[in-house]
Write a protein that binds this ligand. Structure first.
Ligand SMILES: [Zn+2]
Length: 434
């Protein structure tokens, strides 16, 4: 089976940073056939460079080759009508529009060098549909592993409507205030084909809104159905409870201290801090309706989060990278997916190589493809990026697609100029409702 244009793809020369943590090395030949990497290393004898009918050669001399980036926390289907002083507001009430917009969001993400996404929550089952449409080849986008609506309790994040409204169908959360309702919702979401369940505790971690027994019940039900579970958990107590309940990974953990992180390490649970959103909100939040009181809370969480990063590294907790792109209008698509590795290096004491591993090999876990993506080696899926500059010398080289020479997903070279420059889909969507 051949790949791009029916030809074998051959990437010659350049420097390979394979995502496993192995030192960067001179690349001779990466051979891609179909949607998989056939070999990495010496050029196989049966692949002839001059056979232009069957072999397409990509010369990566003076360039760097890496696994496609993975954003472990990106929302594609949130909707944001403009409501004064309500920064995240409610979703659009039109699932058709939201689905089409999510498709375009996914294209923007892919063109910035991100070939896989974990999507921890969205509206209706738009992300499930988009995942399947991309897999079926109906549209272009990264590989997607996704949850449905967040399963929340009164007082959790997203429970922002008055209680006589509850959580409307177009919300990104669904209320379940007892174990029976939680299990019913897990079953409903499994029926619709989610890859994992998203639970969500309080917005900034000040209170713990889900009881340990409720977490454990959901984990048992989901795991029995071979679906994994993650949680929005900024608080210390909720992070400890999530680890002890056997969650597959924990999002945020901003306020976790050494005690809770030791529980996370002991349970062998992975953390995905998602500091990019906090950093970006502190930088530009005031332009998007985030008031001074909220920004003070975000600053508190950021400062605690920096300590958490250092402690997690010292405890040997496996870290994954997410950004929360698409969670609100201040988090645009295609721009921030590789800011998390920079934060790990600048604030968390991680080496550039450790940060690269976090957003490639480690993140493959979040998309449920640990043996298929995240590392450039034989038999894995052919998701790669080629960069014009060295990300080990400056980790920011990964950001915003600005130094990309090429994106290859599933053995196909992604067309980079297929859309208008500079358009902001969220701003467009907002203007519709203004
Ligand atoms: Zn999120």
């Amino acid at each position: 089976m051949k790949s791009h244009n029916g030809k074998t793809l051959l990437i010659r020369h350049g420097t390979l940073i394979d995502g496993s943590g192995r030192a960067a090395a001179v690349n001779d030949a990466i051979v891609i056939e179909g949607n998989r990497i056939r070999s990495v290393g010496r050029l196989p004898a049966d692949v002839r460079i001059d056979d232009q009918d069957h072999v397409q050669v990509i010369d990566a001399t003076d360039q760097w080759i890496m696994p496609g980036l993975i954003d472990g926390h990106c929302h594609l289907s949130f909707g944001f009508p403009q409501v004064a002083n309500v920064p995240s507001a409610r979703g659009t009430t039109n699932p058709g529009f939201s689905a089409i917009r999510a498709m375009r969001n996914a294209q923007q993400v892919l063109r910035s060098g991100v070939t896989s996404l974990a999507v921890p929550g969205g509206t209706w089952f738009i992300d499930v549909a988009l995942r399947d449409a991309i897999m079926a080849g109906l549209c272009e986008g990264p590989r997607i592993a996704c949850a449905g609506q967040f399963i929340i309790t009164y007082g959790s994040i997203i429970d922002t409507e008055p209680s006589w409204v509850g959580t409307p169908e177009h919300s990104i959360g669904v209320l379940a205030n007892n174990v029976d309702d939680m299990i019913t919702e897990v079953r409903r979401q499994c029926k619709y084909g989610v890859d994992f369940i998203k639970r969500a505790d309080s917005t900034w971690g000040d209170t713990q809104t889900i009881a340990p027994g409720e977490l454990a019940a959901v984990v048992r039900e989901a795991h029995r159905r071979q679906v994994r579970v993650t949680i929005h958990s900024r608080g210390a107590g909720s992070t400890r409870s999530a680890a002890e309940a056997g969650m597959d990974w924990i999002l945020h953990a901003d306020l976790a201290t050494a005690v809770e992180l030791e529980a996370v390490a002991k349970a062998g649970v992975r953390l995905m801090p998602t500091m990019t959103f906090l950093q970006h909100a502190l930088e530009v939040g005031h332009e998007y309706g985030r008031g001074p009181r909220e920004l003070d809370v975000i600053k508190r969480n950021w400062e605690s989060g920096v300590r958490m990063l250092e402690q997690a590294r010292a405890l040997g907790i496996t870290l994954m990278c997410g950004t929360d792109t698409g969670n609100s209008p201040l988090m645009p698509y295609g721009q921030l997916h590789a800011h998390e590795p920079e934060i790990l290096v600048r604030y968390g004491g991680y080496t550039p190589m450790e940060a690269i591993v976090a957003c490639t090999r480690n993140n493959a876990f979040a998309v449920g493809l640990e043996n298929d993506v995240g590392v450039v080696e034989a038999d894995r899926l052919a998701d790669l990026i080629i960069l014009k500059r060295d990300p080990l010398a400056d980790i920011r080289v990964l950001q915003g697609g600005q130094h990309l020479a090429m994106v290859i997903k599933d053995g196909h070279i992604v067309t980079m100029n297929g859309q208008a420059e500079g358009e902001d889909t969220l701003a467009y969507a907002s203007s519709l409702h203004a």
